[in-house]
Design a protein around this ligand. Structure first.
Ligand SMILES: O=c1ccn([C@H]2C[C@H](O)[C@@H](CO)O2)c(=O)[nH]1
Ligand SMILES: [Zn+2]
Length: 141
């Protein structure tokens, strides 16, 4: 990974600002009356589309859907695809790391060389979820 955000095997540079704006816009749809912590997530897909999501909370707190969950739903409902780059923000504009569950959700739809913006720069999927369990583990069951 270089500092421009160029993913291995990806010919163009990622437009991180467009992704940040899509995540911020999605955050505006957040339903977060319990935590009062709106979150927006956005992913750049392999075909150039951007999909996004917001957190959707529930009176049964533990059922809350993270922004990444609804984003993955939007990805699939929009015809599917593979994630090249991911960005998640809160209302203060801070970049968020996906929780453990969401790292697994993102892993399922990663492209080779998928990258994420973090507070410490651009990271690969493998860096944030090493030795992941994935669809390949189910191949010979
Ligand atoms: O990466 C994250 C971290 C937290 N949340 C949501 C879940 C909950 O609604 C609120 C507080 O945890 O933030 C997300 O959507 N994504
Ligand atoms: Zn999560």
């Amino acid at each position: 990974m270089d500092t421009t955000g160029r993913a291995s095997g990806a010919p163009e540079t990622i437009d991180w600002e467009a992704l940040r704006q899509a995540a911020a816009a999605a955050m505006g749809r957040s339903y977060s009356p319990y935590s009062k912590y709106p979150v927006g997530a956005a992913a750049l897909l392999d075909d150039g589309r951007i999909v996004s999501g917001c957190n959707v909370e529930n009176a049964s707190y533990g059922l809350t859907l993270c922004a990444e969950c609804t984003m993955v739903g939007a990805l699939q409902m929009g015809g599917g695809g593979r994630i090249r780059a991911f960005y998640c923000v809160d209302a203060a504009g801070a970049v968020l790391m996906p929780c453990g569950r969401c790292r697994q959700l993102l892993y399922e739809f990663r492209s080779p060389g998928m990258v994420l913006m973090t507070g410490r720069g651009i990271k690969t999927m493998d860096e944030i979820l090493p030795d992941a369990f994935g669809p390949e583990n189910l191949e010979n069951h």
